[in-house]
Ligand binder design. Structure first.
Ligand code: AMP
Length: 202
């Protein structure tokens, strides 16, 4: 089973993809997580990716495609999120998908959720002050690390990322719609409700 969870930033893609990966026992591909990992490396590529991410722009297609090919090598079942990000990546991705779930959410709700997002500086666990707040303010539940905002969750970067999403990712919806594998999911409901909905359609 090859599943793609697609949707704008803050739609809950990674939450749903992670839940599906655990439930179905399949590989979880997040090019956002991979990009953040590369950006932490003190190499020419790491420094380049860090700069790109901080400005809210996309990493170049060739780099992403190479990395994805490498991590998915030999894997038949997976749930992807954040990739493909544009039509070019989708067309180049030969493995393809069986099912594509689009998490639909309004622009107002996106901004509200993204500005509430926090990440642990130490173990990289994700929190959201609205939906999944930490037990103690600014402290990670898992390792006690400090919770900070992601560089690309600043208001300026969010605006840029949404702009890019409109331009680059939306044509993807039509691409998968035409293939007959596209399904829309109401992304403004509670996490568990959305998860059950998706599971019932996998
Ligand atoms: P995300 O966590 O999915 O919002 O991704 C965070 C950042 O990682 C993006 O703003 C891009 O800079 C980079 N990135 C993640 N996935 C891709 C992709 N498929 N193509 C290009 N850049 C990506």
């Amino acid at each position: 089973m090859k599943i793609l969870i697609i949707g704008p930033q803050g739609s809950g893609k990674s939450t749903q993809a992670e839940l599906l990966s655990k439930k179905l026992g399949i590989f979880y591909l997040s090019t956002g997580n991979i990009s953040r990992k590369i950006a932490r490396e003190n190499t020419p590529l790491g420094r380049k990716v860090k700069k790109i991410m901080e400005s809210g722009r996309l990493v170049d297609d060739q780099t992403i495609l190479q990395v994805v090919e490498k991590v998915l090598q030999g894997k038949k079942n997976f749930v992807a999120e954040g990739f493909p990000r544009n039509l070019f990546q989708a067309k180049k991705f030969k493995k393809g998908f069986n099912k594509v779930f689009y998490l639909k959410i309004s622009q107002k709700e996106i901004i509200r959720r993204l500005t509430a997002r926090r990440i642990c500086q130490n173990c990289k666990a994700n929190f959201n002050l609205i939906t999944t707040p930490p037990k103690k303010e600014r402290v990670c539940d898992f390792c006690g690390g400090e919770l900070i905002q992601r560089e690309d969750d600043s208001k300026e970067a969010i605006k840029k990322r949404l702009e890019i999403y409109q331009k680059a990712t939306k044509p993807l919806l039509d691409f998968y719609r035409q293939k007959g594998i596209f399904q829309e999911v109401d992304g403004e409901r509670p996490i568990e409700v959305i998860f059950k909905d998706i599971l019932s359609r996998v």
